[in-house]
Design a binder for this molecule. Structure first.
Ligand SMILES: *Cc1c(COP(=O)(O)O)cnc(C)c1O
Length: 449
């Protein structure tokens, strides 16, 4: 009896070390970090979520100023990765993921910009894409499994994924983007890399691209022929490393009271990662989800009713999402802890007129150039701080203004110079495959190549 009991504990310990993710639909088995990364989504179509949000080691926060970015990255990510990746490999992956700057820049008396656009594709998605690509490369290292990453993009995701996965052995990347609806830099980032990256230029909208990808994941013939995975923020290996921004921000925070943190949000992956960091012990006073006209979450926090809607187009188009996929993860986290969400999260919806005026005002008054997503964040943070005048806050500047030149140049009457880091793109030859919207064409192309 006692022996049996001990065995049982042993099995539990085993479960706790590797099978640390469950499906939010509760109809699929638990999996390791490796399996969650390779499959993306659970077989019951649920998102994977960790059984336990780890607590940071004692003294880590008090001493955070002493740590290098890589040390912070390994400390934060190790409990999520567990034995899926050995320590020395994780260290290399993290080192390559965060090898650029994440400066915190003061914009006015009570607002600071956390600049997340210093990576290779000039938007915050670089960190998640770089981490995930290297994990997948590691998991495929000894197998002849060939993974096809299929991703729809309105602009930033595709570039970050293409750049992150370029040259990764055993991984083929297929990016669908809406023809004529991405900015010139974004298109160059998607279509000029070659090697294992293919860009499909779809005659349609971002929603069309997304629908084609979703159908592909459910198609039996395709799944028999290919090992398909997604590289958007439903994938834990892309979602969880985004926590690191919040630690890098706190490391640079000079005030004694913790910051209010405002996150321009679309699919709610980034802010959800920030909340995981908070649950694990990172000091944050309050979170704000800054949304554009796509206001499902602000409405939900006001009325208690969650009504998904079709996305509407705005000038902060990376946040044009009508049914944010990661919001269920936020709800689950608060359920796990038994905490009321409203104590920790507020949300505002900011319209395009206000966004454009904010870009103009902040440039004129403070000489700081915002991109449309950062502008939504700056304004929402200001709204909150008006009600909480003794607080100070950080907004995440999620993309470089040069990625959205039309809006920014119109609002500031300034030409935005092409940053040196992307000058290599100019003059490169665009390579894309034109395709009609609709699943038929995509399936035929994937089956026959
Ligand atoms: C993707 C993106 C967002 C939204 O991030 P989510 O994690 O989807 O909420 C905000 N700003 C920019 C520039 C983006 O590319």
């Amino acid at each position: 009896m006692i022996i049996k009991f001990l065995l049982f504990i042993d099995e539990m310990a085993e479960l706790n070390t590797s099978l640390s993710y469950y499906s939010l639909n509760h109809q699929a088995p638990d999996v390791s970090f490796a399996e969650a990364t390779v499959t993306g989504q659970a077989p019951d179509k649920g998102l994977y979520f960790p059984h336990n949000i780890p607590q940071l080691p004692k003294g880590f926060i008090e001493n955070i100023g002493r740590y290098a970015k890589e040390e912070i990255g390994v400390t934060v990510m190790q409990p999520f990765v567990r034995d899926s990746i050995p320590a020395n490999v994780l260290q290399t992956i993290v080192g390559e993921t965060v090898n650029f700057d994440f400066p915190l820049v003061q914009v006015d008396a009570d607002k600071y910009s956390l600049e997340l656009f210093h990576g290779p594709t000039l938007a915050f998605k670089d960190v998640g894409a770089r981490f995930m690509s290297r994990c997948l490369g590691y998991f495929n290292r000894n197998s002849n499994r060939h993974t096809t990453v299929l991703v729809a993009t309105s602009g930033d995701t595709g570039g970050a994924v293409a750049n992150g996965f370029l040259g990764v052995e055993g991984v083929e990347v297929v990016i669908l983007y809406p023809s004529g609806k991405v900015s010139p830099i974004q298109e160059l980032q998607l279509t000029t890399l070659g090697q294992n990256i293919t860009a499909l230029e779809v005659r349609g909208t971002f929603d069309d691209c997304q629908a084609m990808v979703k159908q592909a994941f459910m198609d039996e013939d395709l799944n028999k022929k290919l090992s398909l995975t997604s590289a958007n923020s439903i994938n834990v290996a892309r979602w969880l490393p985004q926590q690191l921004y919040y630690f890098f921000a706190y490391q640079q925070w000079q005030h004694t009271t913790p910051p209010v943190v405002c996150v321009p949000s679309g699919n709610f992956g980034n802010i959800c990662a920030g909340m995981v960091a908070y649950m694990s012990g990172l000091p944050v006073k309050h979170f704000i989800a800054a949304c554009n006209a796509n206001d499902v979450v602000p409405q939900f926090l006001q009325t208690g009713e969650y009504n998904a809607k079709p996305a509407v187009a705005t000038i902060s188009n990376a946040m044009d999402v009508g049914n944010p996929s990661n919001f269920v993860r936020i709800l689950e986290m608060f359920k796990q802890r038994g905490l009321p969400l409203k104590d920790v999260l507020s949300s505002y919806s900011i319209d395009d007129t206000t966004t454009a005026k904010t870009i103009k005002d902040v440039y004129q008054q403070h000489g700081y150039m915002l991109d449309p997503h950062g502008a939504v964040g700056y304004y929402a943070l200001g709204e909150y701080l008006k009600q909480h005048p003794s607080d100070k806050g950080i907004f995440l500047e999620t993309a470089h203004p040069v990625k959205f030149p039309e809006v920014v140049e119109q609002s500031t009457a300034q030409k935005i110079p092409f940053p040196e880091s992307v000058q290599y793109l100019t003059g490169r030859q665009k390579l894309s495959i034109l395709m009609d919207a609709g699943f038929g064409g995509l399936k035929e192309w994937l089956m026959n190549r």
